[in-house]
Design a protein around this ligand. Structure first.
Ligand code: FES
Length: 220
């Protein structure tokens, strides 16, 4: 049997893979799933990822939250952190790297400690998001500890124009407030407390939550 007569090569009109004709073999060994004892995974991270995997019929469905946990621990999806998660999940690091590189909120390179995402999608854009983004970039200057980026709809159009700062939502914001927000971030103060989404009254509610604690409440 010639190399081009094998299974799956049934249509003579299709181009033939040169590798089949030449009988080439891959020049790399396929990547292996790392063993847990090779990666020194922090126990808390391992336990958390195992809990995440338990929520899904297919453990791979926990890839995004597992990578999020890696990012929270190390500040970004470090190669070593990805190997640790891969060992726990019994997948290859390349598989998790492919997931991490697809999503803008997951960082595969170092970024600042503080992450500021200014929504520039339609609702926010119509209410001045471009100026807001420019104001945040200008306020952060060249500070490598503060990562500022534009982002598509963050799902809080009702407070447009809005910004996500270290995973908390703020809005509606004026460009002039960017300087204050960045200064509060740098000095460890509570950022724009009066503009935090979790502090806003619930719909149809004049201020009371009816006894239901909200995220961000002191004793919630
Ligand atoms: S358009 Fe900005 S949150 Fe939706």
């Amino acid at each position: 049997m010639s190399p081009v007569d094998g299974p799956g090569v049934s249509n003579p009109n299709l181009p033939v893979d040169p590798a089949l004709v030449e009988g080439r073999v891959p020049d790399r060994v396929p990547e292996q799933v790392p063993e847990l004892h090779e990666v020194d995974c922090p126990p808390d991270l391992k336990e958390h990822i195992e809990t995440l995997m338990g929520r899904y019929p297919d453990r791979k469905s926990a890839s995004i939250p597992a990578l999020w946990a890696v990012q929270r621990l190390y500040g970004w999806c470090t190669p070593e952190g990805i190997r640790q998660a891969a060992a726990v999940m019994r997948v290859t690091p390349a598989y998790l790297e492919s997931v991490a590189s697809f999503y803008d909120l997951l960082h595969t390179e170092p970024v600042g400690t503080h992450k500021v995402a200014v929504c520039t999608n339609i609702s926010c854009w119509m209410r001045g998001a471009d100026e807001l983004l420019e104001a945040f970039r200008s306020a952060a200057g060249g500070d490598e500890d503060i990562f500022v980026t534009g982002f598509e709809c963050l799902g809080a159009c009702d407070i447009a124009p809005m910004v996500s700062i270290d995973e908390r939502y703020f809005g509606p914001l004026e460009a002039a407030e960017a300087e204050t927000a960045i200064e509060q971030l740098r000095t460890g103060k509570d950022v724009l407390p009066e503009k935090a989404l979790e502090k806003r009254p619930l719909a149809g509610d004049a201020g009371s939550t009816g006894g239901v604690p909200r995220a961000g409440d002191a004793d919630a």
